[in-house]
Design a protein around this ligand. Structure first.
Ligand code: PMP
Length: 449
């Protein structure tokens, strides 16, 4: 059979022509390529998106926990189009009104004396910049991060990532050290003991640690909210040992937790904060690394040895400025807190009705449903070491069923991750919870007898 003929045969894979073309010519991320099954999305509106097969789905995970503004923020789309027409790109040595004003806005909405921003194009790059800045500022090189974390996919950011996605990239960059996490449900350490562990590590490492890097509320590794005293004490411990605190707010930022940033939940100002995702509501790829006044002034007479062609790309910062203005003017942070409280109540009800729900946890519109096959012993379902071994888990089946019934909910390892657009309304939460209620029967049925 010729190559053309073989492509004309319908392999019965349920994919349309575009999806099959995509599968053939485009790498699927973090996947065995033979398992990739792309869905052609044709349009989206509010908290819904529609595929080329005529299905409409409620977006209960904000795509990758980033479409905070929903899928019809015309104001952001217009700002991007306007900038693209005026001039799509100028080298970073120039500026635009949007870049300067977004920088100022970020200094205003981030906590404390965080004041000066480096712009990049992704969360990964925001972390790379944070690592480099911490090393340049402190003159030290080690970075302490935690096991249940994800910080990005390039060599520096994957080396400080703790979850199994780091494994194919090991040994990674030198000087990365991992610590346990505040994970009350699944760890043998209680959350504050995990903090003692970090204190001990910092003491034993001597004066070699540039920074401690954490997600204030852990995102893709299961929505872990630490106790109130954890983050303030972590900052103290880091400073006592001459290390900076870097908070990775790529997922927890921009209203996701019902506050501007996860750090605000604990009244902590980190020395460096990274942002992406919600920064533009995912209308454009934009990462940001903001530092305190002290760190900013260090670079007055020390070269800031970092940059990209697309640092502060005019169209991306136009999206960022319009997005941040929208969070402010539409009171989206308050809305997220209020609807988030309602979401929390509805998920607690699910937990009561489904024995396979080990724990629901989270804050604001950032929630996790951890499943278990044995609620007494808290045994996880998953056998797949997330993203690095093939096959489906029970948790995949639960989210797969929800998908087929019109609900997109992400899952990681053993937890369903719920992070809808901040514009979601209570009746849409109800619609999603009804579908989850059905889907969770699959995990209930798969529990050990
Ligand atoms: N940090 C955190 C906390 C993240 O959740 C992610 C992405 N999920 C990243 C960094 C990396 O961001 P990106 O995929 O935009 O490079």
């Amino acid at each position: 059979m010729s190559r053309e003929e073989s492509q004309r045969v319908d392999p019965g894979d349920g994919l349309n022509e575009i999806e099959r073309m995509d599968k053939q010519y485009v790498f699927g991320t973090w996947s065995y390529q033979n398992e990739v099954s792309p869905t052609e999305i044709v349009d989206a509106d509010g908290v819904y998106f529609r595929d080329a097969h005529g299905n409409r789905r409620l977006d209960f995970s904000g795509q990758l926990m980033c479409s905070n503004l929903g899928h019809s923020a015309d104001r952001v789309a217009d700002a991007m189009a306007e900038q693209a027409r005026k001039g799509a790109y100028f080298a970073p040595g120039n500026t635009t009104e949007n870049r300067a004003k977004l920088g100022k806005l970020l200094a205003e909405v981030t906590p404390g004396n965080l004041s000066k921003t480096f712009f990049s194009t992704s969360g990964t790059e925001a972390i790379e910049a944070a690592i480099k800045i911490a090393r340049m500022y402190t003159g030290k090189y080690k970075i302490v991060s935690r096991y249940r974390s994800y910080h990005g996919s390039t060599y520096g950011s994957i080396s400080v990532t703790g979850d199994p996605r780091r494994l194919p990239a090991e040994p990674g960059i030198p000087g990365t050290i991992k610590a346990p996490d505040p994970y009350a449900y699944g760890s043998t350490l209680d959350p504050m003991q995990s903090l003692d562990y970090i204190e001990e590590m910092l003491m034993l490492e001597g004066d070699t640690v540039a920074a401690v890097l954490v997600e204030p509320v852990v995102g893709s590794n299961g929505i872990l909210v630490p106790p109130d005293e954890y983050l303030p004490r972590l900052k103290e411990i880091a400073h006592e040992h001459g290390a900076l605190l870097i908070c990775d707010e790529v997922m927890s930022g921009f209203g996701r937790t019902g506050e501007w940033f996860g750090s605000d939940l604990f009244d902590v100002t980190p020395d460096i904060m990274t942002m992406a995702k919600g920064l533009t509501g995912a209308y454009a790829p934009l990462g940001a690394t903001i530092v305190t006044d002290e760190i900013a002034s260090f670079f007055e007479d020390t070269m800031f040895c970092h940059g990209h062609t697309y640092s502060g790309h005019p169209v991306a910062v136009a999206a960022g400025r319009a997005a941040v203005e929208m969070y402010i003017e539409d009171n989206l942070i308050d809305h997220a807190r209020e609807v988030g409280d309602y979401l929390g109540e509805r998920l607690e009800e699910l937990a009561e009705d489904h024995p396979s729900v080990g724990e629901v946890r989270g804050v604001g519109l950032f929630r996790g449903i951890e499943l278990t096959k044995d609620s007494e012993k808290r045994v996880p379902f998953g056998v797949r070491k997330d993203k690095i071994s093939p096959g489906k888990t029970v948790v995949d089946e639960v989210s797969g069923h929800a998908w087929s019934e019109g609900l997109y909910v992400a899952n990681m390892i053993n937890t369903l991750i719920i992070a809808p657009p901040l514009v979601i309304e209570p009746d849409e939460v109800d619609e999603a919870v009804a579908i989850l209620d059905e889907a969770l029967r699959i995990s209930d049925d798969a529990m050990v007898a």
